[in-house]
Write a protein that binds this ligand. Structure first.
Ligand code: SF4
Length: 438
């Protein structure tokens, strides 16, 4: 059987758990940020609407900063205040409102799931984390836990990036924090720690702590409400983690002395593991504690994969509109894959390392097929390059322009397309990357 992780990496003392909950909640009550979804979750009497309000916020907050989300959230809730209203929206409307928020499939999936709640679940949100995760497409373990604890008071934990950081520091967990073994341990810990009477506030407090105090680069340990429970801080100040009640020494898990429970005089049992590196939660032996990093030794992640480099030729086709101003042609992307269903200037992915002349010819051929009329490669004017970083793609758009005289009839068999003014372009469901192009 695998060796159980040392007690140091858990909260094994019920009194400490109680104290940590109390300290964290008292801090949250004093310092929490005023956020629109928190106000709704606290005051909305309709349980389905409460769950919906938290759900929308949680989906928007995935991969996106709070400050950016607030405006989108307010506009979304004003436009679609209920699940029923969202279920009736078109995907085009959803994409338009979502434009600029990134990771566009989130909006689409949210709307699909709202339709499911309305058509298959009688308009009622599932009330537990398990049912939310099972029944709602796009709702994973974290989102389900957040909705169930915040909206419905279920005593269930959550683990997101902020919680991972805080828990890894509190318990000196230095193994790869994206590995399934560590993630499982963190879920167990979050479920054990969550306050039974205020689970939603506790979860938000833990996340808030990670977002505002226990931040990635320069955590404010001096102001931290749970600093007395923090093993990483103790290690930084005193050179080793604090002793825990039933474990006297943990030479980073090389040797553990445990006070054996039971009647009679306490007996100390020393467990000697096969050497540093055996513990599934400690830093690997090849990456020991770096004192210059202090508490930011935790958490650790395996090296990130480099984003994939991609090159795409894109052409701003311009004509004089009926009101005299310029108009631009935009086409819709396929309904699945990257930036699904969004609009863009006609674009063509390119192989790396093509000669400029070849890129130009390929783009001209692509435009010719789209418009059904000859396009001379030398008529394409090179404008410049626009770089946009998606989470996993380093995208370079090679931008050309082509002014057109007269009208253009597009092949009806190709993707949907339309002419727009500059103002209409910015109001359309176009990605941030395309906005950089115009
Ligand atoms: Fe994070 Fe510092 Fe608080 Fe520990 S003491 S939880 S490292 S802010």
């Amino acid at each position: 059987a695998p060796t159980p992780p040392p007690t140091r990496h858990h909260f094994s003392d019920p009194a400490e758990v109680e104290a940590l909950r109390g300290n964290l909640l008292a801090w949250y009550d004093r310092c929490k940020r005023d956020l629109p979804w928190r106000a709704l979750a606290a005051t909305e009497p309709d349980a389905d609407r409460r769950g919906y309000a938290v759900w929308v916020s949680e989906i928007m907050l995935q991969q996106t900063q709070v400050a950016t989300v607030i405006d989108y959230y307010n506009r979304w809730m004003q436009k679609w205040p209920t699940l029923q209203a969202l279920a009736q929206a078109s995907l085009e409307e959803v994409n338009e409102l979502w434009a600029g928020l990134g990771y566009y499939s989130r909006g689409k999936r949210l709307q699909e799931a709202a339709r499911k709640v309305v058509s298959e679940l009688g308009g009622h949100m599932p009330r537990t984390a398990e049912a939310l995760q099972k029944l709602l497409p796009g709702v994973g373990r974290y989102t389900a836990g957040a909705i169930a604890s915040i909206s419905y008071g279920q005593a269930t934990g959550v683990v997101d990036g902020n919680v991972i950081r805080v828990l890894c520091r509190l318990r000196c967990i230095g193994a790869d924090s994206s590995s399934p073994a560590v993630i499982d341990q963190l879920w167990d810990m979050a479920n054990a720690l969550v306050d039974r009477s205020r689970p939603g506030d506790f979860n938000q407090a833990l996340m808030e702590l990670g977002a505002t105090v226990c931040v990635p680069k320069a955590p404010l340990c001096g102001e931290c409400p749970v600093k007395q429970h923090c093993q990483a801080r103790c290690r930084k100040l005193f050179g080793k983690p604090a002793p825990v009640p039933d474990v006297e020494d943990c030479g980073e898990c090389g040797k553990i002395s445990v006070v054996a429970p039971g009647p009679g005089p306490a007996a100390t049992v020393t467990l000697v593991l096969a050497g540093a590196g055996d513990c599934p939660l400690c830093p690997p032996a090849t990456e020991p504690w770096d004192s210059s990093l202090g508490v930011t030794n935790f958490p650790r992640k395996a090296a990130k994969k480099q984003p994939r480099a991609m090159r795409t030729a894109t052409c701003v086709l311009e004509r004089r509109g009926c009101r005299g101003g310029p108009e631009y042609l935009i086409v819709q992307r396929p309904s699945s894959g990257l930036l699904a269903g969004l609009w863009e200037f006609p674009s063509l992915p390119l192989a790396q390392d093509l000669q400029e002349e070849k890129e130009r010819e390929m783009l001209a051929d692509h435009l010719q097929a789209l418009m059904g009329q000859p396009v001379a490669a030398k008529g394409l004017r090179f404008i410049g390059e626009v770089i946009h970083i998606f989470s996993h793609i380093h995208q370079t758009y090679v931008v050309y322009s082509l002014p057109l005289d007269g009208d253009v009839t597009l092949d009806p068999a190709s993707s949907p397309s339309r002419w727009v003014t500059e103002e209409e372009f910015h109001a359309s469901a176009v990605s941030t990357a395309m906005k950089k192009v115009l």
